[in-house]
Design a protein around this ligand. Structure first.
Ligand SMILES: [Zn+2]
Length: 171
């Protein structure tokens, strides 16, 4: 085996260092600084990935999204383009539904990860924030303030507040 082959075997070595099939790679790493360096950097990358945590969606995200969806359903379609688009999205028959569901799930994942800002979608200048969403956003801010406070206090009393606040009611 040459270095190139050893390098492609490095991830396997990292995942299962004690495997008998990796013995030759382990031996090679002892004598080859280039491969060893590659292995170290791969290990560092994996360590970094282990410590990475996906951000939580903001509290009340589900409720806010549900309110937005109800508002969008209640709005009349804007014009022929909008009508055509919503027909394509929702009325094309069952064979497209998995695709649409998949796309929506992707949108939800991305939106959830990035603190969904749906305020401009899809009627940029016609959709003022409704009272319900406004209330939820205020609750959201209060919640964050409470969490910050309980973090600052860090005593027994704060944990009870925290546990109440950290589990908003699911609709
Ligand atoms: Zn090598």
């Amino acid at each position: 085996m040459i270095c190139h082959d050893y390098k492609s075997a490095l991830p396997e070595l990292l995942l299962d260092p004690a495997a008998p099939s990796n013995a030759s790679v382990r031996e090679h790493l002892k004598s080859c600084p280039a491969c060893n360096e590659e292995f170290q950097s791969l290990e560092a990358t994996f360590t970094l990935l282990d410590s990475w945590q996906a951000p939580e969606p903001s509290p009340y995200f589900d409720q806010k999204l549900a309110v937005r969806l109800r508002e969008e359903q209640a709005l009349p379609a804007a014009g022929w383009f909008e009508r055509m688009r919503s027909r394509l999205l929702f009325n094309t028959g069952r064979q497209f539904r998995p695709v649409v569901a998949g796309a929506l799930a992707l949108v939800l994942l991305v939106a959830g990860g990035t603190f969904a800002d749906l305020s401009g979608f899809p009627y940029p200048d016609k959709a003022p924030v409704s009272a319900t969403v406004n209330d939820l956003q205020i609750l959201d801010k209060n919640d964050q303030a409470l969490q910050t406070m309980s973090l600052l206090l860090q005593d027994d009393g704060s944990s009870s507040i925290d546990s109440v606040v950290a589990t908003p009611p699911r609709s």
